[in-house]
Design a protein around this ligand. Sequence first.
Ligand SMILES: Cc1ncc(COP(=O)(O)O)c(C=O)c1O
Length: 392
Amino acid sequence: MTTTDMEISARASQVTPSLTLSIDAKAKAMKAEGIDVCGFGAGEPDFDTPEHIKQAAITALQNGFTKYTPSSGIPELRAAIAEKLANDNGLSYKPTQIVVSNGAKHACYNAILATCQPGDEVLIPAPYWVSYPDMVKLAGAEPVIIPTSERNGWKMRAEDFENAMTPRTKMLILNSPNNPSGSVYTRDELEAIVDIAAAEDIYILADEIYEKLVYDDAKHVSIASISKDGYNLTLTVNGFSKSYAMTGWRLGYLAAPEAVAKAVDSIQSHSTANPCSFAQRGGLAALKGDQQPIADMREEFDMRRNYMFDRISKIPNITAVKPQGAFYVLVNISQLGLTSQNFADRLLSKANVAVVPGAAFGDDRTVRLSYATSLDIIKKGLDRFQDFCRTL
Ligand SMILES: Cc1ncc(COP(=O)(O)O)c(C=O)c1O
């Protein structure tokens, strides 16, 4: 047998490589050739991890904290996460209900694996974070996409949820603040959604990774804090990547009813085991230490958000809703008559600007621009973006 004859499982064959990473790779390759590319593709903060967090990990390494830890994470970190969820989110979780994983991505995947199986449907409002449908497929379940509209701020209405439900619906995945739209669900909207979920005992996977990045009057509300039913049905995912600029550390967590947390612990203990020992010490320092760096990053993002949105809203034939969270502006390009992939490819090759096509997020009418890059690059990139749109 040659390596090209090797059989790939049906499970692996149905997942597609992440489109967001492939555009990023193309832009990086152009940069490596010396081309001046303005990258709006980034899905991570452009800031460095705050110094005191790095120092905690360095100290842990120097002190030989380099061995296996409990699979679900060190007890101090699980306790600190429980405290954070109580203080910031009004949620009461015991440390035994918390599993620390290798990023929020891993926490989402674990949560889906622990609760969904063949025959189950999982509802995902679009535009969605690129990995959800593939995670659902890897679990053998079926992703069911609920389209949303720009008119409704790219948010799923309670009636959209109700209409998409079937007897096979097992879970709803709700991501607020949202990647890619930057929309933030209000308490009223979440209450209506939780009521519907509670009537049919549908789990809610609440991906709250962007919770610290909200702007203007928007408030982040944790779905599990809505009601007792909400608490019992919600699997809350959060992490350190976006709020503390720690994407490379691979640290996130799940907080859930005890039975789900136990199942996730078992899955994790047989697959990856514990997240990196000294990264966990960094995570502990992040939660316990000075929170000012988070506020500073949020302020900088807010300034860039205002700039980017103001410029985009003046360009003819494209539209956008002002994002209230995360670090993206979702631009509706449907009036231009191109697919999102075609638009993104042409923009990159003709104007040296990288954006992510909405097809990656299940909405071909859009492209996503990230403002997790310097204001200078944002200015230059938007000049080029504007000129490019005018040529269409
Ligand atoms: C909505 C959403 N959830 C989860 C993640 C994954 O975060 P982590 O780096 O903690 O795995 C991302 C990263 O882009 C994201 O945008």
